[in-house]
Design a protein around this ligand. Structure first.
Ligand SMILES: Nc1ncnc2c1ncn2[C@@H]1O[C@H](COP(=O)(O)OP(=O)(O)OP(=O)(O)O)[C@@H](O)[C@H]1O
Length: 338
């Protein structure tokens, strides 16, 4: 089962054109410059733009075609747009009950969502009394409480402070993984995306320039030089790490030697193979792509070092990764910050 979207939507300066099959689990990030069509694509998938030139299928459900159109509620989507769109005349509790009462089955509990989204204190207030960040928290809670079969998010955490935003990103990942809930997520925060997405769609002036699994996309342009990082599944043999689900390793935190170094503060020394060498965003440096037990990561080194060590593709080298540089997905300990 997957989400299939195909079509064309004329916009002011160009047409948004798409032909995508997206995974029906995990987090898919939609990324691109401002004005490239990300929000429009999300609105099309949500059924907010009724156009006959669009086909959408979710598993066996035909959501939209030339002869068929299912509305947002029938698509059973949770939707959080940049504007939280809460009902201003209803209390927060009534806003939240709106989707909850219409849900066919409840896989997410009321109490858990209220607590994790930090909205218990807000239940009797009305949306105009809330700050932008509080409204976003309520909108996110409302989308979850509707027990959606797909969650669509457009910059849902933009008004939150950093710690609270990280908490919500972690909660989003947890909910998606635990309940197999597919998420489509538009965000400008590339680091968030690298941290929690599984799949990525890149848009430029209405065209999909690239799409695929994040791990693969990070190995290729444009993300390779934009982020210069890798996401690796753990546990990895020899790595000074507990079994977390994945690690982010930035190229700038990795160095290379020809032999293990015994007197070094760097404890993670991995015999790896040089798979390729790429240009970096700096003229004097290169991105060395290393392979370790079938996974790939980068080291950012100077061109002078590459020549001095007489490195070449296919060579076995020791990669040194600072322990402090092994970044886990955002911590769950931020739970009480909101
Ligand atoms: N209803 C519309 N009719 C015609 N053009 C539109 C319409 N809505 C948006 N556009 C244009 O379509 C383009 C894409 O807009 P969209 O909001 O989808 O981009 P975006 O990538 O989400 O941008 P941002 O990151 O700034 O939110 C923009 O150039 C915008 O001016």
């Amino acid at each position: 089962m997957s989400l299939y979207v195909k079509g064309s939507v004329p916009l002011q300066h160009f047409a948004l054109q798409f032909d995508l099959t997206l995974p029906n689990k995990g987090i898919t990030a939609i990324v691109g410059p401002s004005g490239s069509g990300k929000t429009t694509l999300l609105e099309v998938i949500a059924g907010l733009r009724k156009t006959s030139a669009v086909k959408i299928r979710f598993g066996k459900q035909q959501w939209q075609s030339a002869s068929n159109f299912m509305g947002l509620a029938e698509r059973r989507m949770g939707l959080v747009l940049q504007d939280p769109m809460l009902f201003p005349h209803l209390t927060v509790a009534d806003n939240l009950r709106y989707g909850w009462q219409r849900a066919q089955q409840h896989f997410l509990s009321w109490d858990e969502v209220i607590q994790r989204c930090g909205v218990a204190e807000l239940l009797e207030q009305k949306p105009p009394q809330l700050s932008g960040g509080q409204q976003q928290r309520v909108a996110f809670a409302r989308a979850l409480l509707a027990q959606p079969q797909v969650l669509l998010l457009d910059e849902p955490f933009s008004a939150l402070d950093e710690a609270t935003r990280q908490h919500f990103v972690a909660y989003l990942r947890e909910v998606s993984a635990q309940h197999g809930l597919p998420v489509l997520w538009v965000s400008h925060q590339l680091t968030d995306i690298a941290e929690v997405s599984d799949y990525i769609v890149l848009l430029s002036r209405g065209k999909i320039t690239s799409s695929g699994a994040l791990v693969e996309q990070l190995r290729h342009e444009p993300l390779r030089s934009m982020l210069a990082m890798a996401v690796m599944a753990t546990p990895l043999p020899g790595l000074d790490e507990d079994a977390s689900k994945r690690l982010r390793i930035y190229a700038r935190d990795v160095s290379i030697s020809l032999q293990p170094v015994s007197h070094s503060s760097v404890r993670n020394q991995l015999w790896s193979t040089i798979h390729a060498v790429h240009e970096s965003s700096h003229d004097a440096e290169c991105l060395v792509e290393l392979e370790y037990h079938g996974q790939y990561f980068f080291a950012l080194i100077s061109n002078a070092a590459w020549q001095q060590l007489a490195l070449s593709v296919g060579q076995r080298v020791v990669a040194h990764i600072k322990s402090a540089a092994l970044h886990h997905p955002v911590s769950q300990q931020l739970e009480n910050t909101c």
